[in-house]
Write a protein that binds this ligand. Sequence first.
Ligand code: TRP
Length: 339
Amino acid sequence: MFNQRVFSGVQPTGNLHLGNYLGAIANFVRLQNRQTFECLFCVVDLHAITVFQDPSELRRQTREVAAAFIASGIDPDRSILFHQSGVPGHAQLAWIFNCVARLGWLNRMTQFKEKSGKDRENVSVGLFAYPNLMAADILLYKATHVPVGEDQKQHLELTRDTAQKFNNDFNCPDFFPLTEPLIEGPATRVMSLRDGTKKMSKSEPSEFSRINLSDSADEIADKIRKARTDPEPLPSEIAGLAGRAEAQNLVSIFAALEESTAEAVLARFGGQNFSTFKSALVDLMVARIVPIGTRMGQLLNDPGHLDRIMWQGAARADAIARPILAEVYDRVGFLAPIA
Ligand code: TRP
């Protein structure tokens, strides 16, 4: 039916915001609806614990990501929606990749450098090996395409290097595919509403820096009204956004929400002041985001239902993973199961 497979993961760490939605989840929905790919969407709880997580919070956030997927339009019958810890193959293949990938490769990962900072001696070993687990997520299903943001491109290159080295070391040239990133969508990078040069993030202290998927219409209106801008009116051409990070961010959010382009947005609002533009942005954002937040709230009222959906997804994912992992075990030289 499909000859191409998409895999992507979202970490269950903290409230989901507009950046997660426009940068990831909305693209997943488009890929699912294109019907050219078999899609696996995973709540990556094993990745989450590379930094300590309160156990009951982790469970709650795992369900919250699943609820956000479903509320945004991921159909758990058409796509495979599951939690990473529900399929043991992720951890099993990650161990093998820990023995394939080289220390020097991981030492080059810029995300690790950023996340560990000055505290390098004191972060978990898992945080360092994180990219190997990500490679395992993808290659456990021989996924051909991975929708990710710019910040994950380096991890995807490492995935390709690991695939290639495995194929080489074990003499199986075409065993693991060389997975391609799918970086698309007008707003793959949503920036902070307070500082247009920083990514919108759950860890930014100011609530006014981000729109949460659970925000009410009033909260959205308030945050957009207070979003930082500059005194000039909007330009009518893209070139006029140069050096105006906040204006650029709001225009690209608008374009992403209405699934048009920044050009189209500027053709409409060029020459107008921010207050006019912002009130149109509030209307659009409320119309797109509030129904998702409402649906998430309803879904989260029945955690048992969400858990069943994820475990059913895990069983389907496991059925794809098993024969692939069995072949990996055989190629590595582990004993075949006895009849
Ligand atoms: N590392 C990704 C992030 O932090 C999440 C992730 C884990 C992922 N495994 C993946 C993304 C596999 C794509 C494919 O955003």
